[in-house]
Design a protein around this ligand. Structure first.
Ligand code: URA
Length: 222
């Protein structure tokens, strides 16, 4: 049980999630066919992408996504970092190792969930992705979500949250992540729970109990 786990971690009473706020957005209906092969088609469509300037700024390879093409739970981060750029897989560096532990904490494995980023190429010096890069790459994440059809998305960190909820949550870009937590939103009809980015949790140990509460909210939704 999430609440008793919280207590056993010495975090005090379990935080009470606020009421679910459904946000409606147009649903992108998935195409028919095998989700795994459909993801392969999306990856092939991306090709050796030159649609934005990131291909000229030192990216080694495109980091598409990993996991079960029919996963119930999908994790969405910002963009690949140095380790991901080398290995071609999202969340394999230090933040990724924490994400793996987070996934295991809810009795799942990396291969049972789907993990992707909003941006598929590493921004130089891990700078924030820029609007033109999001505009080019965002549709691929949308297609990945439409194929995987997860029951829930965990949006990790301010950038992923803003990208997924832009247009459906008023002034999302000016709201701190801490204020957005605790509610369930929607991205093209898929429920979204907001949580901290694992890289932030590595630096801010005292926020881990909040991340745990977010996971509990996600699990309750599932
Ligand atoms: N941070 C992200 O947002 N994504 C990764 O894949 C790695 C680090």
């Amino acid at each position: 049980m999430c609440s008793s786990d919280l207590r056993s971690r010495g975090d005090g009473a379990a935080p009470q999630p606020e009421p679910v706020v459904p946000v409606t957005r147009p649903v992108t209906l998935p195409a028919t066919g095998e989700p795994g092969s459909a993801l392969t088609v999306i990856r092939a469509d991306i090709g050796e992408c030159t649609r934005c300037k990131l291909h000229t700024l030192g990216r080694q390879q495109i980091v598409f996504g990993v996991g079960d093409p029919q996963a119930r739970l999908m994790f969405v981060g910002e963009a690949p970092g140095a380790d991901e750029d080398v290995q071609g897989e999202p969340f394999v560096g230090r933040a990724g190792q924490l994400l793996t532990k987070i996934i295991e904490a809810i009795q799942l494995t990396r291969s049972q969930v789907y993990i992707a980023n909003v941006i598929k190429c590493r921004p130089p010096q891990n700078r924030n992705p820029e609007p033109d890069e999001v505009a080019q790459c965002g549709p691929y994440l949308e297609r990945q979500v439409a194929m995987v059809q997860p029951k829930l998305i965990l949006a990790m960190g301010r950038f992923a949250v803003q990208s997924l909820l832009a247009g459906s949550v008023p002034q999302v870009e000016s709201q701190p992540l801490g204020k957005l937590r605790g509610q369930v939103y929607a991205y093209h009809g898929v429920p979204v729970v907001v949580t901290y980015h694992p890289a932030y949790l590595l630096r801010s140990l005292n926020e881990k109990s909040k991340a745990w509460a977010d996971l509990c909210l996600a699990r309750a939704q599932l």
